[in-house]
Design a protein around this ligand. Structure first.
Ligand code: UT7
Length: 329
């Protein structure tokens, strides 16, 4: 008997407010045409004043549990991946646990846009190893709170949202087959929020220097992203013993349509087997892969037994891929 972690529930929650590209034409030197052509993004969701990373995570978590038919009290562990925590202390997962009314283990995971797949791989290992039976993995972000409204190269890219899955133990059934995780910390500076931590605590100076906003060397991130997604996907596929030609669905991080296209082509995965929803949400960092996964699942695109490849990259530079068979039997 082989014990695996199967995805038995999925769901997402996004803010109601839809912000089209044209909105940014008033505040920075950009155009809808440039944004669509260079990124594939047409609109994104932006959190309202009452919304935060934890409220969005709560909305997603309730849908995930509903879909699985599992009560929150039966959770063993909550892994919440985010780059935009509720506040520095305590962990955002504590707010989510309180919202769900549970006292199980609850931790935050920081691996930028790779955070959700990082959490999925670690959570699945804990389930497969027998430590836990039910692990909730959520990616939740309010990136609109950390983008510099005056920086045209980042303000147009990011959006807000939350999404995730429930992992449950299954014997000889579908589930996570293999994963690949990595980080190249020597490239930490190419995508970062420089201040607000122990190295550079918040001060009047850090605020004046706009160091609490995301700073990104877009081209360098782009170049590394394609390589990371391809190499990491290949490693995960090899560990799973699955050829890339056998992948039924590729669900990549939604950062830039051109990155998705380049990675897809190099992996030899057809367009129609690649899940893309960047045009409606922009880059929602740790929420992006589960949001694409949950939307595709809701639309009935996955069949039981399908082989699904997830791959993400982001700040760190971190990368993470997972290969799984779809189904909840
Ligand atoms: O989730 C992980 C993190 N993020 C990413 O994966 C993002 C990776 N990078 C990217 O997606 C792309 O590099 C960007 C979308 C950020 C930028 O696209 P690009 O094709 O790499 O543009 P670029 O940085 O080479 O800039 C080309 C030009 C520059 O002008 P000059 O110097 O040629 O006059 C930029 O200043 O485009 C300019 N530009 C813009 N123009 C209009 C940059 N942002 C904008 C903008 N509107 N919003």
């Amino acid at each position: 008997m082989t014990r695996r972690a199967a995805i038995t529930g999925w769901g997402y929650a996004v803010p109601e407010s839809v912000v089209p590209n044209a909105y940014f034409e008033a505040s920075v030197d950009t155009s809808d045409e440039w944004i669509v052509e260079r990124t594939g993004i047409r609109e994104r969701r932006i959190a309202g004043v009452e919304e935060s990373t934890a409220t969005l995570a709560g909305g997603a978590a309730r849908r995930i549990l509903d879909r699985a038919g599992v009560a929150a009290r039966d959770l063993d562990l909550i892994i919440l991946a985010t780059a935009t925590p509720e506040q520095p202390v305590p962990q955002t997962a504590a707010f989510l646990a309180a919202d769900l009314g549970v006292h199980c283990g609850a931790l935050d995971l920081g691996a930028g846009c790779a955070g959700f797949v990082y959490g999925l791989v670690v959570g699945a290992a804990a389930v497969a190893g027998g430590t836990f039976d039910r692990v909730l993995v959520v990616g939740a972000e309010t990136l609109s709170r950390i983008v510099d409204p005056e920086d045209r190269s980042t303000v147009i890219l990011f959006g807000d949202g939350a999404a995730g899955v429930l992992l449950e133990a299954r014997e000889d059934g579908p589930g996570v087959l293999a994963g690949d995780l990595g980080v190249d910390g020597s490239a930490a500076d190419i995508l970062a929020v420089p201040a607000g931590g122990s190295r550079r605590p918040a001060s009047a100076e850090t605020v004046a220097q706009r160091e609490h906003y995301v700073r990104m060397q877009g081209q360098e991130v782009f170049r590394r992203a394609v390589r990371a997604v391809v190499d990491s996907s290949e490693s995960a596929l090899e560990r799973a013993g699955v050829a890339s030609s056998a992948v039924d669905w590729f669900v990549p991080h939604q950062a830039n349509l051109r990155i998705i296209e380049a990675a897809r082509q190099r992996l030899g995965i057809p367009t129609e087997r690649t899940v893309v929803n960047i045009e409606h949400y922009g880059n929602t960092s740790a929420a992006s892969i589960p949001l694409a996964l949950a939307e595709a699942a809701d639309a009935g695109r996955f069949s039981p037994g399908d082989t699904v490849l997830l791959s993400g990259f982001g700040a760190g530079m971190s990368w993470a891929s997972a290969v799984l068979t779809w189904g909840a039997r």
